[in-house]
Design a protein around this ligand. Structure first.
Ligand SMILES: *[C@@H]1O[C@H](CO)[C@@H](O)[C@H](O)[C@H]1NC(C)=O
Ligand SMILES: *[C@@H]1O[C@H](CO)[C@@H](O)[C@H](O)[C@H]1NC(C)=O
Ligand SMILES: *[C@@H]1O[C@H](CO)[C@@H](O)[C@H](O)[C@H]1NC(C)=O
Length: 499
């Protein structure tokens, strides 16, 4: 589960469904036939036609197309389950008028995460020019994210808009929570400040533009205001904790009563102190766990790349020169900050990227399966996989001797997360390892591990116990399904015939 407290997300009626549809949380927890003819007997895990939340002929065609390039019947079935999972199960609300809006839930909670929702639709981007309805769906998500971040830029997950008539999800943690700036719980589902939410919002906008050539959305007041707010917040959160021995205003803080250290923040919620580096502070990681040192290097790298993409998009379109210049300047400062403070010396591996630093010299050497991660730096476009510091870092990360959150067992080998505890590997990290490798043996090894990771349930789980194939978290995890299907397309494109 994403949250420490179990949240019963009674989904009720969602877009396009009839009332007889079972909750997909339950449906995905047991296998349904027919089964694939391979040794893994992968079940068929798409909901019944009338229960799918968005039906699209272009994606159905793509499933057949990709499957015809796959020989392995287990992978054919696993791809057919995972690739459409976001469309089949998470389009909780969609208004396809102009402008469109789309509320895309994460899976087992009726809330929209900025980061998850961007990643959930990334595999569909290559198909947008072939299908205006699919393009409208993704554009609706661009607009929805802009509305959400404009309303409360410090949130990581949002409630359905009242006009959708969906019931807001109950978030039990509200009780002992103190957050600055304050938020409204009918709008915001979770108020954890994570800079990768900003990067994910910018990523979706420029990726949508690059995929379709469409950019009218940037002229909406809401989008421009959201971008303005984000750039202002980034600038403030580059500032050090102290100036002339006085404490600078914290701007954002999050603290609550909990038995889980990862669910609250140090220093009254403002986070551990930092010096100026050019990087931007964040209170939480993409796992929604607290940072230990506020400069989370992979999230800063992702933000840097997406500020550069914003700069390039606005430059090509010759609009908003002030925003473009601000984005360019911030991106340069962040890149410089990572270069100067985010790369450290490891006793065995030489120069490596740290996971978190504070500008004082403190450093955390590890990784987390959630993207942005250090392993994903080439996927995010921050460095090439051949970059010597990345190569050293990768050796450090994929080793039980030097990464405390890397686990190996008979079922799976890969990076986990403090979010799910010891000896739990996240299949997403295995997909990311494959996508950042040029070695066909390594890519095949990752594909094999993923195929065996589903506990016989035919979908990608959040985490899997490396010693017990049947122990997993989250039967319905849309982001994981999207990422693995993206990996499959990437693998068969680069290595035809690999599966
Ligand atoms: C859908 O969008 C149109 C156009 O903006 C608007 O008139 C209509 O009220 C919207 N419907 C809902 C349910 O929000
Ligand atoms: C919002 O907060 C109020 C007051 O703490 C609480 O009673 C209510 O259940 C919360 N609503 C949601 C959707 O979490
Ligand atoms: C990766 O390498 C290519 C070709 O050498 C180069 O054009 C590109 O700028 C590099 N990308 C990064 C992020 O360093």
């Amino acid at each position: 589960m994403r949250l420490a407290l179990g949240i019963a997300a009674a989904l009720g009626l969602v877009f396009g469904q009839t009332s007889k549809c079972p909750s997909f949380t339950d449906y995905s927890a047991s296998p349904h036939g027919p089964f694939s003819s391979g040794p893994h007997h992968i079940p068929s895990m798409r909901p019944a036609l009338t229960c799918r939340t968005f039906q699209n002929p272009t994606i159905e065609h793509a499933i057949r197309d990709v499957s015809s390039a796959i020989k392995d019947p287990d992978w054919q079935q696993l791809f057919a389950n995972t690739f459409p999972n976001t469309l089949d199960t998470t389009v909780a609300w969609h208004n396809d008028s102009t402008p469109p809006y789309t509320f895309l839930i994460t899976g087992d909670i009726t809330a929209q995460w900025i980061r998850d929702s961007t990643n959930q639709v990334l595999p569909y981007l290559p198909y947008l020019t072939m299908d205006s309805k699919l393009a409208q769906l993704v554009l609706g998500l661009v607009n929805m994210q802009a509305e959400e971040l404009n309303a409360y830029p410090f949130g990581n997950a949002f409630q359905p808009p009242p006009r959708s008539r969906l019931t807001p999800a109950e978030n039990g943690i509200a009780v002992d929570l103190k957050v600055q700036p304050p938020f409204y719980n009918q709008t915001v589902f979770e108020a954890k400040f994570e800079i990768d939410s900003f990067a994910s919002f910018l990523q979706l906008a420029s990726a949508y533009w690059r995929s379709t050539g469409e950019y009218q959305f940037i002229y909406s007041q809401t989008w421009v205001e959201a971008v303005d707010k984000i750039l202002d917040i980034i600038r403030i959160l580059q500032q050090p904790t102290y100036t002339n021995k006085q404490v600078n205003r914290a701007l954002v803080s999050y603290v609550r009563k909990t038995t889980e250290a990862k669910e609250t923040q140090f220093a009254g919620g403002a986070g551990n102190p930092v010096k100026y580096t050019g990087m931007v502070r964040t209170l939480f990681r993409p796992s929604d766990d607290a940072t230990i040192f506020p400069f989370l290097v992979p999230a800063n790298a992702f933000l840097c790349v997406e500020l550069e993409n914003l700069r390039d998009m606005l430059g090509t379109l010759r609009v908003f020169s002030e925003i473009r210049e601000k984005a360019a300047e911030l991106a340069n400062q962040i890149r410089q900050g990572i270069q100067n403070y985010g790369i450290v010396k490891h006793p065995d591996h030489g120069q490596v990227f740290a996971y978190e630093v504070d500008g004082y010299g403190s450093q955390l050497l590890t990784d987390d399966a959630n993207v942005p991660s250090l392993l994903s730096l080439p996927y995010l476009g921050f460095v090439n996989a051949t970059h010597p510091v990345y190569k050293n870092t990768r050796k450090m990360l994929l080793s039980t001797d030097s990464n405390p959150w890397y686990f190996e067992g008979p079922y799976i080998r890969g990076i986990g997360s403090p979010h799910t505890g010891y000896l739990r590997t996240w299949p997403m990290s295995v997909a990311m390892r494959g996508m950042t490798s040029d070695n066909s043996d390594e890519v095949k090894e990752c594909l094999d591990m993923l195929k065996a990771s589903t506990s016989g349930l035919g979908l990608i789980h959040e985490s899997v116990n490396v010693n017990s194939g049947s122990e997993y978290t989250r039967s319905w995890f849309a982001w994981g399904n999207s990422l693995v299907s993206q990996f499959v397309i990437d693998a068969i494109t680069r290595f035809p015939g690999i599966i």
